[in-house]
Design a binder for this molecule. Structure first.
Ligand SMILES: NC(=[NH2+])NCCC[C@H](N)C(=O)O
Ligand SMILES: [Mn+2]
Ligand SMILES: [Mn+2]
Length: 299
């Protein structure tokens, strides 16, 4: 069983909805420790990264990016914390927070790998740059930033270099991709399994293909799990829900296959927003999904 280091990244300024900063604590309250105890996991909670989510929004005049400086410094903090958890010999289990946090989390993990792979499980591709973004919201840009595209204040977290190679990224569950993102995805040759492909090919085959593909090239795989990958009927508590999402059953199965592969070296669960939720069910489902990733079984 893994030795787990829990870290909350309560960032909200990468998008416009209030409340996603409460995500990490809602996940803890939904029974995270109990699940870990039942799995006989050794764990340590590193608490939350101290982030100042300013009420008033700043927009960079040149790039049109919202809250650029604040997001850059929050991600620097998150990156250092994640790196520290790995240095302590633990598996980083990171709780969000809006998806702009993946800029820092992946920078922190990447420090310890020569060739990191990333599975981006999401309704969105988060592959915008300031040129293509329809919103200026940085949570829609974090994957592109990880590949070295975007504002230098974001691409230079920890080191001024691309953190992952395009061939080492696989997106699963996408069904809302902006036209500019689509062009960039094609240009970079990123592998995407859309929600339609999950329907047609099946999640088992997709996860196995993903693992085969990434295992040959990478020395570790980070899972970036945006809860809006799931259909909003299961997870109402998220800021950018998209209909036609993945089912809870196939997502548990996906996570079980990832667990069995023993290739996942770190994971984050993001975009849980308790203020948009109904009876904390989004946080509760997130805890159950974390259980599957860490080895919980039906029988
Ligand atoms: N991590 C997320 N939920 N991202 C949603 C992004 C939505 C849209 N594509 C944008 O860039 O604004
Ligand atoms: Mn998303
Ligand atoms: Mn996302």
């Amino acid at each position: 069983m893994k030795n787990v280091g829990i870290l909350g990244v309560p960032i909200t300024i990468g998008q416009p909805n209030k409340g996603v900063d409460l995500g990490p604590d809602a996940i803890r309250h939904a029974g995270l420790y109990t699940v870990l105890q039942n799995l006989k996991a050794v764990y340590q909670d590193y608490g939350n990264v101290q982030i100042e989510n300013k009420e008033s929004q700043t927009t960079d005049h040149v790039s049109n990016l919202k809250n650029l400086d604040e997001i850059a410094s929050a991600n620097e903090l998150a990156a250092n914390k994640v790196s520290e958890i790995i240095e302590d010999g633990q598996f980083p289990l990171i709780l969000g927070g809006d998806h702009s946090m993946a800029i820092g989390t992946i920078a922190g993990v990447q420090k310890h790998y020569n060739n990191l792979g990333v599975i981006w499980y999401d309704a969105h591709a988060d592959f915008n740059t300031e040129e293509t973004s329809p919103s200026g919201n940085i949570h829609g840009m974090s994957l592109a930033v990880n590949l070295g595209m975007g504002h230098e204040k974001l691409t230079s977290i920890l080191q001024n270099n691309p953190k992952i190679k395009p061939e080492n990224v696989i997106i699963i569950g996408a069904r809302s991709i902006d036209s500019g993102e689509r062009e960039l995805i094609k240009e970079k040759g990123i592998k995407v399994y859309t929600a339609h492909e999950v329907e047609q090919q099946g999640i088992e085959s997709i996860i196995k293909e993903t693992l085969n593909d990434l295992s040959t090239r990478t020395d570790g795989i980070h899972l970036s799990f945006d809860v809006d990958s799931l259909d909003p009927i299961y997870v109402p508590g998220t800021g950018t829900p998209v209909e036609g999402g993945l089912s809870i059953r196939e997502s548990h199965y996906a996570l079980r296959l990832l667990n069995e592969s023993e290739k996942i070296v770190s994971a984050e669960f993001v975009e849980v927003n308790p203020l948009l939720d109904v009876k904390n069910q989004t946080a509760e489902r997130t805890v159950e999904l974390i259980g599957s990733l860490l080895g919980e079984r039906y029988i």
